[in-house]
Design a protein around this ligand. Sequence first.
Ligand code: HOZ
Length: 435
Amino acid sequence: MINLKVVMNTFDISRKLFKRAVRVIPGGVNSPVRAFRAVGGNPLFIERAKGSRIYDADGNSYVDYVLSWGPMILGHTHPAVIRAIKKAADRGTSFGAPTALEIELAELVLKIYPSMDKVRMVNSGTEATMSAIRVARGFTGRDKIIKFEGCYHGHADGLLVKAGSGAMTFGLPDSPGVPKAYARNTITLPHNDVDALKKMIEGQWRDIACVILEPVVGNIGCVLPQPGFLEAVRKLTRKNGIVLIFDEVMTGFRVAFGGAQAHYGIKPDMTCLGKVIGGGLPVGAYGGRKEIMAMVSPEGPVYQAGTLSGNPLAMTAGITTLKELSRPGVYKKIEKNCVQLEKGLRDAAKRAGVKTRFYRAGSMFCTYFTDVDVLDYETAKTADTKKFGVFFSEMLQSGVNIAPSQFEAGFMSLAHSEKDIDHTIASAYKALKKI
Ligand code: HOZ
């Protein structure tokens, strides 16, 4: 029997910190979805985290399914990762010169993602996608790109067109400040729609440099590829000399160790990584076939650079995380946790009589408050965000932290225990009963 009597302290300190933050930081946050605008209330200010739990400034503790929006797959402050970072820090925090660590992480990544012959380290997922697109344009000599509605590939100009994540949550899928000339080169198509893609490519293939997609769309919740969709995208792009870019910033090491490309058996021309690859420090990466990556400066003419790229602390956190993830039984344990949670949440919704749709790919998942199958951006939008807001607040009061938006994925870690998950399921049932 789960004791749901979680005694929460007031949120006074978080409230005070937020008041201070809004005076000096736009909206009080350094990334929009962190603000609780879509669910009401003030964001929690976090003081520390350990394993499956985060602790706010008021001393409240939560079972965490945000996990820094994905990276903390081993759980927070994993001892091996922290030990390695501390040791690396003693040797120096940045050199702006090559280190052996960069080679080690690159070699690991190429081994796990054999679709890539070469990889370049950057500092974020946004940098990875933006740079990969530039390289694809340089390689093909074409300007236009195709993206899918609801896919979020970071906040570079030209990618904030029908974008998911915070852009969707705040109803601003097309951001002001993006010159029309940039947006004109971005063609958006409905996700999972092979016919629309076929028609577009047949008409305009001479102008299209790349197709970029999230193989599982994690920025409108968790939207799975329909059978045959990824295969059709691969076939059409290959036939027309278009570079296929898998944005695996979220799905990398999550849908499977080898990402969605391993899970679905599709070989993209280029891959973007982020989140898990940095083990909680700022890292992104993009890579691909050798003739494409030969375009990247200084090997080729396409310029892309960064003072902190390949940073020794970030490389160390990434290497240690990937090594820990490659230990036998790790993915089995995470999958077991996910199955327990999925079963429990589906059952809780049924018992509470609330219509939901639950989707999961590896250790990312989403419960939508809708009675419609979620296949794309339009069907994701059928979710009742008011119901989600109630659910979110109730879960928080029970000591469970989920993303403050209906349109973000949840994440599972290795550190979550059976007890954590039982507590989550019992809290979810209680929350659902209030809807
Ligand atoms: N891009 C992340 C959500 N898909 C949000 C990152 C953050 O706010 O920290």
